[in-house]
Design a protein around this ligand. Structure first.
Ligand SMILES: NC(=O)c1ccc[n+]([C@@H]2O[C@H](COP(=O)([O-])OP(=O)(O)OC[C@H]3O[C@@H](n4cnc5c(N)ncnc54)[C@H](OP(=O)(O)O)[C@@H]3O)[C@@H](O)[C@H]2O)c1
Length: 326
């Protein structure tokens, strides 16, 4: 039996339920690749799953638990995002070869908090963008996919005025960059420590939700996109939702669970390779400090993304030479 290191979660609960142990390394089936994981991330979804989603309304909580396990996590290795290298390919696999750098949004399969995982060729896995380190690749996956989905849903195009509530988080930092790329005028809402960050990412206007309670000067928006989720709110948020232009809309990242495809990853690859979508990395933790990483992220004030460097960046070379530039 070949062993690997993994963070195991046998019950829902606080960050301490994550325990790093040696477990059996998985073997790929005919239609799977075995990936040596270099990096994963901790996003809101990761700690929601680990905690058993206690703060969601009962109906939503039970729907989610049907997917992730009613009494305990069905998949004991959590971690939604995978960035790594194919080390073995099943006999029916045609899209990938040994040595290929890949990235994946694993949905309920999870598995990112380990040295290895098996991914079905048909799942949301694709060749990773070139020119980025694995840490950077991991950092753009979650926020990039969600931001792309909701900006598309909002029909964002040149000349629109878009208000992004929660512009400094994982989804928010990607949304600022992508909305600017689409030609929108962007107003970013964040806390007092993050104004410079969102300005650097391209925001035209910045509002601090701890100081401002109404959009200034009677500003009006074509789209108000809440990238925080409805648990955290402020007077400013309510005022912005009422400051719409005729035909304007309000969208929240908590409206439904989007499905992502290989095409979405391919679109994100193009944006990342052209430098349109830059990774924003707040902190990196080794796999051994996974509980600490979860503890930090569940405070809900991370700046961009928190990366789990399963293989530390110093040895994270190969296809990827450039280091992160938050
Ligand atoms: N639909 C889905 O399937 C799905 C999947 C995953 C996640 N989500 C949603 O996506 C959201 C964002 O995920 P994420 O990983 O990007 O989260 P995150 O990085 O932790 O971002 C949290 C954001 O919340 C802001 N914030 C914290 N407290 C606030 C307050 N009191 N008022 C206003 N803003 C506040 C933070 O800004 P400051 O630090 O500047 O205050 C930060 O921008 C999650 O909370 C979840 O609800 C939806």
């Amino acid at each position: 039996m070949t062993l690997m290191k993994a963070a195991i979660c046998t019950r829902y609960g606080p960050p301490e339920v994550l325990e790093v142990r040696d477990v059996e390394r998985p073997k790929p089936k005919d239609d799977e690749v075995l990936v040596r994981i270099h990096a994963s991330t901790v996003n809101s979804s990761d700690w929601f799953i680990r905690s058993g989603i206690p703060n969601e309304p009962a109906r939503m909580r039970w729907m989610m638990k049907l997917m992730i396990g009613v009494r305990r996590p069905r998949r004991q290795i959590l971690g939604l995002i995978v960035a790594g290298e194919v080390v073995e390919a099943g006999s029916k696999v045609t899209r990938f070869h040994v040595g290929d750098p890949v990235w994946a949004f694993t949905k309920f399969h999870l598995g990112g908090y380990a040295e290895y995982t098996c991914l079905r060729e048909a799942s949301t896995v694709s060749i990773a963008p070139a020119g980025l380190s694995f840490d950077e690749v991991a950092a753009i996956t979650f926020g990039g996919l969600l931001a792309l989905h909701y900006l598309r849903k909002g029909g964002v195009k040149s000349g629109m005025h878009v208000l992004l509530y929660g512009a400094s988080g994982g989804v928010g930092t990607a949304a600022v960059q992508l909305a600017k790329h689409l030609g929108a005028e962007v107003t970013a809402v964040c806390g007092p420590d993050n104004a410079d960050l969102v300005r650097r990412l391209g925001a035209d206007h910045v509002l601090d939700y701890t100081k401002v309670s109404t959009p200034p000067g009677g500003a009006r928006y074509d789209l108000v996109l809440d990238t925080v989720g409805k648990r955290k709110t402020s007077a400013l948020r309510t005022a912005c939702e009422h400051a719409l232009r005729p035909g304007g809309r309000v969208l929240s990242v908590d409206d439904g669970t989007p499905q992502f495809s290989q095409r979405d990853l391919a679109e994100l690859t193009g944006l990342a390779e052209r430098g349109v979508l830059q990774p924003v990395i707040d902190r990196r933790y080794p796999l051994e400090q996974i509980a600490e990483a979860h503890r930090y992220v569940e405070q809900e004030h991370k700046k961009g993304n928190v990366v789990i460097s399963v293989i530390p960046a110093t040895t994270d070379a190969g296809h990827y030479q450039k280091e992160a530039s938050p």
